[in-house]
Design a protein around this ligand. Structure first.
Ligand SMILES: [Mn+2]
Length: 402
């Protein structure tokens, strides 16, 4: 893997980013337009932002006569997932023998660690023919040739003077779809309604996860005033909304309500979780251990958007109990060989528990996130191995929460 450690390319201008400098946009646009074919890559466990960025770019490139494919990792529950229409290939199907396109375009990721490993190998085979857009600030860059914008435009609103480079990263943006929207503005591409709906879907998902937007019962999208919103979320979102009619907007919103609405089966499952709960010896840590082959879990299709909601509800609900300091769920994922955990705690106990495991029993633990909520995983389908892994957390919780 090409991991760039040369920070001389780091440009950190003193302004607040949001408008994309024309030269940067045109540089990437030309690279794409002069290709005959393009592969558009989404990040691992592709979400709405990544997938819809890809769809909007797919549609734009099609209008420019560039034949594209979208390489996605799962993402089947994303807005307007249509394998034929968007020429979609699943990440698991990509290997060394897959025929390359003329250029690779990465959306919503710029770090090697955010790509599925076999896909990353494939991206590397494109050599210098990789361009991309991202709003994350990771250090293990796919390409050494990138612009990094971290601050906000100064009040002067003057466009930044940046060299044109293959990768454009604006970490003040709250979604990658916001960056794609600004890219279209910079090159003067007028989005069609389909592209607009895609961009809106990506923006809604990323910004609502971060608490920047809220959707009212009446379908009003409210961009909350956050004091530190350097990304001008409101402006870019209204810009896209202004290109859509009410049916377009409702179509996107309906997708999210359908996607998240629990079925009767899922509600029933939710109701069984309390009695399936186990506790650490000190009683401060509650956890749910869903083992490989669990019948109810299999019936629900394992980890879907909705079962994630169920488990999220469970963690929140359990932590309302004043006697508890931490709640975790352990569950098999859709990938046969992967077992996951998700933990929610008071204070910074999540961080403490993970650090305790890493320092005392299992230095190679894959887990992290925020101080009070984290995720982790182990690559195994072996019941006993997974159970022992669960016990690492139980024992650490006994120690930390004593
Ligand atoms: Mn994103």
């Amino acid at each position: 893997m090409i991991i760039n450690s040369n920070y001389k390319n780091f440009i950190q201008p003193n302004f607040t980013a949001n408008i994309m400098p024309k030269n940067c946009a045109e540089y990437i646009d030309n690279k794409l337009k002069y290709a005959k074919t393009a592969d558009i890559f989404c990040h691992a466990s592709s979400d709405e932002d990544s997938f819809n960025s890809a769809k909007a770019m797919y549609s734009y490139l099609e209008s420019q006569g560039v034949k594209s494919r979208i390489i996605v990792s799962n993402g089947k529950e994303c807005y307007d997932y249509n394998a034929n229409k968007y020429n979609i290939i699943q990440a698991s199907e990509v290997n060394e023998n897959t025929k390359k396109a003329d250029i690779a375009l990465c959306v919503d990721f710029s770090a090697t660690s955010r790509a599925v490993p076999n896909v990353m190998k494939y991206i590397n085979s494109y050599g210098a023919n990789v361009v991309g857009f991202d709003h994350h600030n990771n250090t293990d860059k796919i390409t050494p040739n990138y612009n990094q914008i971290t601050k906000s435009y100064a009040k002067t609103q003057e466009l930044p003077k940046l060299d044109a480079k293959n990768f454009y990263i604006d970490s003040s943006a709250k979604s990658n779809c916001a960056i794609i929207s600004r890219f279209f503005d910079a090159i003067g591409h007028k989005i069609n309604r389909e592209e607009g709906r895609s961009l809106l879907a990506g923006m809604i998902d990323d910004t609502s996860k971060d608490g920047f937007t809220k959707i009212s019962k009446l379908g009003q999208i409210e961009v909350l005033d956050k004091t530190n919103d350097n990304g001008n979320t409101k402006t870019v979102m209204n810009n896209v909304l202004s290109k859509l009619n009410v049916f377009d907007k409702l179509n996107v919103l309906k997708h999210f309500s359908d996607k998240t609405k629990l079925t009767d089966k899922e509600i029933k499952f939710q109701e069984t979780l309390k009695e399936r709960t186990q506790y650490s010896k000190n009683g401060k840590f509650a956890y749910l251990e869903i083992q490989q082959g669990d019948e109810a879990w299999e019936n629900l299709g394992r980890d879907t958007v909705r079962t994630k909601t169920v488990l999220g509800n469970y963690r929140k609900k359990m932590l309302e109990d004043k006697n508890l300091d931490a709640v975790a769920v352990f569950f098999p994922t859709n990938d046969e060989n992967s077992y996951k955990m998700s933990i929610l705690t008071r204070n910074d106990y999540a961080k403490q528990i993970i650090n305790e495991i890493k320092s005392s029993t299992y230095p190679n633990l894959v887990a992290g996130g925020h101080d009070d909520r984290s995720g982790g995983s182990i690559e195994s389908s072996d019941k006993r191995v997974c159970h022992n892994w669960v016990n690492l957390f139980v024992n650490a919780a006994d120690k930390i929460l004593a």
